[in-house]
Design a protein around this ligand. Structure first.
Ligand code: ADP
Ligand code: ASP
Ligand code: MG
Length: 414
């Protein structure tokens, strides 16, 4: 039988009524003749609530040790949301006469690295699932989680159920991986910020990868990486309306290609500057080594040499990583030797993405001019072959996204 992976996000499984609606959609595909593996997220808001419990337990009110907690226990706690929804959906399917069984990451098993809280899937052993398919039993898999090398539950980073779904589709050789969510496809920008955002019928893996890694949370970055690598046909569509979604596919499958495909943003960024660092070989390694060891995901980096032979080093990271970044740099203060650590925790990142930038010049200049016209100051710039990103004050985020979206005519895209 052909196989299909269907993934439902948090809002799609927010309560029993929605879980029953999901079961109906799954039943339809079962009736179409597929062996189905459904991947579910936790109910909407549940993972945030669990993360809140962790913070409270590890950093009680009034405590100032900066939210550093044991990532193994974080994983044990936050993975539990998906356990509930996988069981509930299996029951709802059974009630509809569809034989189904729930699976936790460790039961399949989905093997991951030991980077707790941000683990990567290394291997999915599909024999157990396949044996059950052969018995006519469909699978409901708890997303977001796997089994780490240390034999403990590991989670895949926020939004990780998308990655569970794509990895499973690749391992099972599924015909397609359908990601059901609360929007009916991938838009030119987040429709919550720009109501004129247009739905894209198709988007290339590469552009989707760049949009996702720049903050468009409709798909987790790693899920797009895996889809691209294993050529998984990935579709994003709505749980609530029956409408064609967006197909993520090879560039060659797209006929009309705009220079710019979309605008992405990441709201909760921080800018960190080390003032007056010695300008000598090894100083960058002395700074970014401890940050890497602390698991800080450094994004943009700027170095400015001043006339006195000292240098200012600026980088950005997510607000989530800021406590660890600060802690690591304060611990390494002696070996780095800087005058002051300055943090700007009110910045956001906006990015313009498009494959057409490879062959068209002037996109960056146009983006800078648009922001200048709106009086938005650019704090840091970063570019790649198909992207221009800027760090700006968070209060201008909506304005910047809307202005760029309009300037690149994205409301007319499709
Ligand atoms: P789920 O819980 O189903 O995984 P997410 O909240 O993770 O859903 O992702 C869907 C959300 O992504 C949408 O509600 C939308 O606000 C946001 N989003 C950001 N950028 C885009 C985009 N370019 N296209 C569509 N949705 C986007
Ligand atoms: N429940 C997890 C989260 O909120 C994983 C997911 O929904 O993809 O991040
Ligand atoms: Mg998501």
């Amino acid at each position: 039988m052909p196989r299909l992976v269907m993934k439902f996000g948090g809002t799609s499984v927010a309560d029993m009524e929605r879980i029953r609606a999901v079961a109906q959609k799954v039943k339809r595909e079962v009736d179409n003749g597929y062996d189905v593996a459904v991947v579910v997220s936790a109910m909407a808001g549940e993972t945030n609530k669990l993360v809140g419990f962790v913070r409270d337990a590890a950093q009680p009110p009034g405590c100032d040790h900066m939210g550093l907690y044991d990532a193994r226990e974080y994983d044990a706690i936050v993975a539990s949301g998906e356990q509930v929804t996988s069981g509930l959906l299996a029951l709802a399917l059974q009630e509809m006469g569809v034989p189904a069984r729930s699976w936790q990451g460790w039961q399949i098993p989905i093997r991951t690295t030991s980077a707790h809280g941000a683990a990567r899937i290394e291997k999915i052993e599909t024999a157990n699932l396949e044996a059950k398919f052969a018995e006519g039993l469909h699978a409901v898999v708890a997303g977001f989680q796997g089994l780490a090398e240390d034999n403990r539950i590991a989670t895949l980073g926020r939004g990780g159920s998308d990655t569970s779904a794509v990895a499973l589709a690749a391992a099972l050789g599924a015909e397609r991986c359908d990601i059901y969510t609360d929007v009916d496809g991938v838009y030119t920008t987040d429709p919550r910020i720009e109501r004129r955002a247009a739905k894209l019928h198709r988007i290339s893996y590469e552009e989707m990868l760049e949009l996702a890694s720049m903050g468009a949370k409709v798909l987790q970055t790693r899920s797009v990486e895996l889809a691209m690598r294993y050529k998984v046909r990935l579709q994003v569509l709505s749980s609530f309306v029956d409408a064609p979604g967006t197909l993520v596919c090879d560039e060659e499958e797209i006929l009309e290609q705009n220079v710019v495909s979309g605008v992405a943003y990441s709201r909760d960024e921080a800018k960190v500057t080390l003032l007056s660092v010695a300008d000598r070989p090894g100083v960058a390694a002395a700074i970014f080594g401890p940050l890497a060891d602390a698991g800080v995901n450094v994004d943009m980096i700027v170095q400015n040499i001043s006339e006195d032979g000292r240098t200012d080093m600026t980088f950005s990271c997510s607000m989530d990583d800021l406590p660890r970044a600060r802690h690591a740099l304060e611990k390494a203060a002696e070996s780095i030797s800087y005058r002051e650590l300055v943090v700007d925790d009110a910045v956001a990142k906006v990015s313009v993405v498009g494959i057409g930038m490879r062959s068209h010049t002037g996109v960056a200049q146009k983006a800078f001019q648009v922001l200048a016209n709106e009086g938005v100051n650019i704090k840091v710039i970063n570019t790649s072959e198909i992207k221009v990103s800027v760090l700006i004050d968070r209060k201008y985020l909506e304005l910047a996204v809307q202005a760029l979206h309009a300037a690149f005519d994205l409301d007319k895209a499709a």
